[in-house]
Each structure stands twice: as structure tokens, then as C-alpha cells.
Design a protein. Structure first.
Length: 141
């Protein structure tokens, strides 16, 4: 009888341990699944944020490119204007005056270009920073 009671106790204890292990494994699976789902959502948010930030940067680069082409066209037009006037100059003094005017105008164009492109870049950097911060906040939520 003592043998059967001991055997029953061992069987019962083994069953309880096995049940406990199964519950622990189920709990570990649930925690692992939740962790994977959370990391997936976080990573997808990061990719969305990176995509939006890239779009913002592309738009800003397009603005800079368009303005640079416009300013280059203005400088080229000034160069052709000078060339036409220089061809028509009759006196060396007149040519020197035209050249001085041309160089002064080119320097003004260059200064304006530098100022405008600097402002565009500052605005672009600020917009990119705001967009990245906003996207990171929304991804964190």
C-alpha cells in the first residue's frame, strides 16, 4: 500500500510539474509573440519615417536644383549680354567699363545666389529636422 501511495504521489507530482511547465511555455510563447509584434510595428514605423524623411529631402533637393539652374541661366544671360556689348565696343576704355560692369553684375548674381541657396538649405534642414522629429514621435506612439 505504501508503494501505491508513493507511486500515486510521484505520478501526481509529475503531472503537476508537467502542467506547470506547459503553462510556463504557453506564457513564454505569448510574451515572445507580443515582443515580436511590438518590434515589427516599431520597425515598420521606422521605415515609414525614413521614407517620409527621404521624400522631404527629395523635395528640398528639387527646389535647390531648380533654383540653381535658374541662377545659372541668369549668369549665362549676363555673360552673353556682356559679350554682345563687348563685340560692339569701339574704344578700349569702353570695353574696360563694360568688363567692370559685367564683373560687378556677376559678383552681385553670385552673392544673391549664395544668399538664396543658403536660405533654402537652412529652411530645408529645419524642415527635415521637424519632419524627422515628428515621424519619430508618431512612431514612438
Amino acid at each position: 500500500m505504501a508503494k501505491s501511495t508513493t507511486r500515486a504521489f510521484v505520478d501526481q507530482t509529475t503531472q503537476q510539474v508537467t502542467t506547470g511547465q506547459n503553462h510556463a511555455m504557453d506564457w513564454i510563447r505569448v510574451v515572445a509573440e507580443q515582443s515580436l509584434n511590438l518590434s515589427k510595428v516599431t520597425f515598420e514605423g521606422f521605415l515609414t519615417s525614413a521614407s517620409r524623411t527621404t521624400g522631404t529631402i527629395d523635395h528640398q533637393a528639387s527646389e535647390i536644383r531648380e533654383r540653381s539652374i535658374s541662377l545659372a541661366a541668369e549668369a549665362l544671360a549676363n555673360t552673353y549680354d556682356f559679350a554682345l556689348k563687348a563685340v560692339r565696343a569701339g574704344e578700349p576704355q569702353q570695353f574696360l567699363e563694360l568688363q567692370g560692369d559685367f564683373l560687378g553684375h556677376q559678383l552681385n548674381i553670385l552673392a544673391d545666389q549664395t544668399k538664396e541657396l543658403g536660405q533654402i538649405m537652412i529652411q530645408s534642414a529645419s524642415a527635415t529636422q521637424r519632419a524627422a522629429t515628428e515621424h519619430m514621435r508618431s512612431a514612438a506612439e
